[in-house]
Design a protein. Structure first.
Length: 227
């Protein structure tokens, strides 16, 4: 049984209908309908078994189905070798065509290789490809807003000027998270209007929806909205 056949065994047609509505731009017939927890279980099993077919699956791009791309992203997230993982991510990113597949990828091995990861994040974030850029910003948000934070890292998303909705949304998500975790540094970008207007206002909206932002901070942020 090949990997695609395994996905079809896990098919839930009603869930496929639901997924298709959440993922604009992808035709309904490209959704098998496998629930994410089931895809995660399959990814972990395939990694554990070290089946040659898994390597073939990762090299056989592009995939036909959305669910195959979700599985691919989760397989990359489980890879243990940093160099191999980076190479595999770079091979896969040009084929990522929706937010869900982009956001499912979060390689665990990145946590232990932050020094070299930052250069890749800068490269990805500067890409004109929507989901390569989004992935770079998401990895910056995931790995560099806590103990490894430096103020200059905020320049990476601030320098992204895109009309792509899914890039702008990630930039706003990044800065809303930065306001929650690194208020003093991040709020300057709002006060000084350093962000594109849409991202600026969406950042304030998302921050005001967050339980991690204090009522006083929310009140202040609302005074900074741009018209």
């Amino acid at each position: 049984m090949n990997i695609r056949e395994e996905l079809f065994i896990l098919q839930d047609v009603l869930y496929a209908d639901f997924q298709a509505k959440l993922t604009p731009g992808i035709p309904r017939e490209l959704f098998i309908g496998v629930r994410v927890p089931e895809v995660r279980k399959l990814a972990k099993r395939l990694i554990k078994e070290k089946n040659p077919e898994t390597v073939e699956f990762l090299n056989n791009l592009p995939h036909k189905y959305y669910d195959e791309n979700m599985l691919h992203g989760l397989l990359l997230s489980e890879m243990k070798d940093y160099g191999e993982c980076i190479a595999a991510v770079d091979r896969f990113l040009p084929y990522v065509d929706n937010w869900a597949v982009c956001d499912i990828m979060s390689p665990k091995v990145f946590r232990k290789n932050k020094a070299t990861l930052l250069d890749k994040i800068k490269e990805w974030s500067a890409s004109e490809k929507t989901y390569t850029c989004r992935f770079g910003l998401e990895m910056l948000m995931t790995h560099f807003l806590d103990d490894d934070f430096r103020t200059e890292y905020l320049e990476i998303p601030a320098s992204v000027h895109s009309e792509e909705y899914y890039v702008k949304m990630m930039a706003a998500w990044f800065f809303a998270t930065a306001l929650a975790k690194q208020w003093d540094a991040a709020v300057q970008y709002i006060e000084e209007r350093r962000l594109d207007t849409w991202v600026h206002n969406k950042t304030i909206q998302k921050a005001c929806e967050s339980y991690r932002i204090t009522p006083e901070q929310k009140t202040y942020l609302k005074t900074l909205k741009q018209k």
